[in-house]
Design a binder for this molecule. Structure first.
Ligand SMILES: C[S@@+](CC[C@H](N)C(=O)[O-])C[C@H]1O[C@@H](n2cnc3c(N)ncnc32)[C@H](O)[C@@H]1O
Length: 254
């Protein structure tokens, strides 16, 4: 897997500069800006529509009822926030925060219809490591396929902890690495080689090389749960989704 912008001496071709996960926020933001226009299509295509089911599953399991204010962090084009809106009480306020203006523009477009005017979702541009909210602001913070891209996992967990009210819940939906050997053997060639090719064909090569690269560099399910506990979350639980290709983690602020 190429990791930098080096030139291959054999054919003179340069490999794309793939942002290093957890290091270069500016590059990562620019990357998401540049893939925003085809983001939803590629998501549904590359996952065979499973991403929709994962978001539904996450929202269904994270909500306890009675939430008054919910934040979907790294909201991207807004699909998880929209699912939250569908499943919460009409009095619950929903906010979506992302640092990519390109992704937010698409989220905004989805809710710029008369059907959404009675209960708008508030889309805000902001950094997950420096959230523009006071302490103890939210009953639930969700983050889907976003925390892996942040400069500091610990920093993000702590910042989310700060804005959650005591007892408030964090839900993380994220790609994971299948633990079963047979599943890995079958899935990894697709994830490492086929997926980036389809991404390159329909969207942008670098971003779809970055995706598997960043997942391989992200803590596994058990390590992520440990980090959540270390950051002050209690009742930390996690479950694999679709043979461990993704996972849902949840924990409550003590
Ligand atoms: C793979 S997309 C996921 C989008 C959406 N949550 C979904 O379920 O499809 C990751 C998103 O995280 C956002 N992101 C990454 N780092 C961020 C940060 N530090 N602060 C805010 N957003 C960030 C990106 O701009 C991008 O929209």
């Amino acid at each position: 897997m190429p990791q930098d912008g080096t030139v291959n001496p054999e054919n003179g071709k340069s490999t794309p500069i793939v942002p290093k996960p957890g290091q270069e926020a500016g590059k990562i933001r620019a990357m998401f800006d540049s893939i925003a226009f085809r983001y939803d299509l590629l998501n549904h295509l590359l996952s065979g529509g499973t991403d929709i089911a994962w978001r539904r599953f996450a929202v269904k399991h994270l909500l306890r009822g009675g939430e008054k204010r919910v934040l979907d962090l790294a909201c991207g084009t807004g699909d998880l926030a929209l699912e939250l809106k569908r499943r919460t009480d009409p009095r619950c306020e929903i906010l979506g925060v992302d640092f990519s203006a390109g992704m937010l523009r698409l989220a905004h477009k989805k809710t710029a219809t008369p059907a959404h005017q009675d209960r708008p979702i508030h889309w805000l541009q902001g950094d997950g490591l420096r959230l523009p909210f006071p302490d103890n602001s939210f009953d639930l913070v969700t983050i889907a396929f976003g925390i892996r891209n942040m400069e500091s996992l610990d920093g993000a967990l702590e910042e989310i902890h700060r804005v959650l009210r005591p007892g408030g819940r964090l839900g993380i939906l994220e790609f994971s690495q299948p633990e079963n050997r047979l599943v890995r053997t079958l899935y990894m060639p697709y994830f490492l080689h086929v997926l980036p090719r389809i991404g390159a064909l329909l969207s942008q090569r670098t971003a779809y090389l970055y995706l598997p690269f960043s997942v391989l560099h992200f803590p596994d399910r058990f390590e992520l749960a440990k980090k959540m506990r270390q950051s002050g979350y209690g009742r930390v639980r996690h479950c694999p989704l679709t043979l461990g290709i993704a996972a849902l983690h949840m924990g409550d602020k003590k």
